[in-house]
Design a protein around this ligand. Structure first.
Ligand SMILES: [Zn+2]
Length: 302
């Protein structure tokens, strides 16, 4: 399989969820072996590679930091790029935070559709996991295990009548991401809005870019999926795994995890080269296996 980039440059603009800062992004083609690189064009094109080594403090969103230059909320855009199997791309941005747009990855998928995908004359390199690695924190955990293809399983459990226990299990591909995850939006609990604002977060949050859950329902329905929350967490997981910097041959299982655990897994994996190898071999041809999914319905959603 050959490496890819995008065929044409495409742009978008909008406000950042946490900073509230308005910014512009432009996706541009990049040559083979570039990887995914953010370039702050407001700072002389300062480059921040979308890689585990640049992960900064992570709480409610994933941020990258290099030499004091910060870039926040990378996960939805990176999830779209990673799932579309784009190996090389420049993400030019003039702001401290990737625009949140509608809170999902769908606007980024539409950008990538407009850009088109171009194959490059260089073999794609995969990170193939050889030995398992797990990160556990109380009842939260995440693990990565050897597998022939990139699969994720993501389990969430929030004590809320519309959420409860939700689980997503899938082979990650352009098609499965588009149909199952891309449209699932960010969410937050109404009771957390005050405390988050007090922490200087969600300054750009609105009913247009996040689902707001009240104590017993949703403030700005309808939901796009009954289990939109579980799907969004799987989207976030894939966006954080993109920081591995190469397509994965591995299975990842996340149980009540979040950005902090996702990025810890990425950092610990990359720090121990005995756990993986880099290969240009595809272990399996693209199969006719159904792009499988198993969703549990939201516990009390009707
Ligand atoms: Zn998210």
């Amino acid at each position: 399989m050959l490496q890819t980039t995008i065929a044409n440059a495409v742009s978008a603009e909008g406000v950042g969820l946490h900073t509230g800062v308005f910014g512009h992004i432009r996706l541009r083609p990049a040559p083979p072996d570039t990887g995914v690189i953010f370039r702050r064009f407001d700072l002389d094109n300062f480059e921040i590679e979308a890689q585990g080594k640049n992960v900064a403090r992570v709480s409610y969103a994933t941020s990258l930091m290099k030499q004091g230059v910060l870039l926040s909320t990378t996960e939805h855009l990176l999830a779209a790029i990673y799932s579309c199997e784009i190996d090389n791309i420049y993400i030019d941005i003039d702001s401290i935070e990737v625009p949140i747009l509608d809170g999902s990855a769908e606007p980024f998928m539409q950008m990538l559709d407009r850009a088109g995908i171009r194959r490059l004359r260089r073999k794609r390199r995969y990170l193939k996991v050889l030995k398992p690695l797990e990160v556990v924190e109380n009842d939260r955990r995440i693990g990565i295990y050897p597998a022939d293809e990139f699969r994720v399983r993501c389990y969430v459990d929030f004590p809320h009548p519309l959420v409860g226990k939700q689980e997503v299990e899938m082979l990650v591909s352009h098609e499965s991401f588009r149909s199952l995850l891309a449209r699932a939006r960010t969410f937050c609990f109404q009771r957390d809005i005050g405390p988050l604002r007090a922490m200087g977060l969600i300054r750009g949050g609105s009913l247009e870019n996040a689902i707001v859950l009240t104590d017993d329902g949703v403030m700005n329905g309808p939901l796009r999926f009954a289990d939109e929350f579980g799907r969004h967490k799987a989207l976030d997981l894939i966006g954080d795994l993109a920081l591995i910097g190469l397509p994965l041959q591995a299975r990842v299982e996340a149980h009540k995890a979040g950005h902090a655990l996702h990025t810890q897994l990425v950092s610990r994996l990359l720090a121990d080269p005995s756990l993986w190898t880099i290969t240009t071999e595809e272990t399996l041809p693209a199969s006719d296996e159904p792009r499988a999914t198993a969703f549990e319905p939201a516990s009390a959603a009707d």
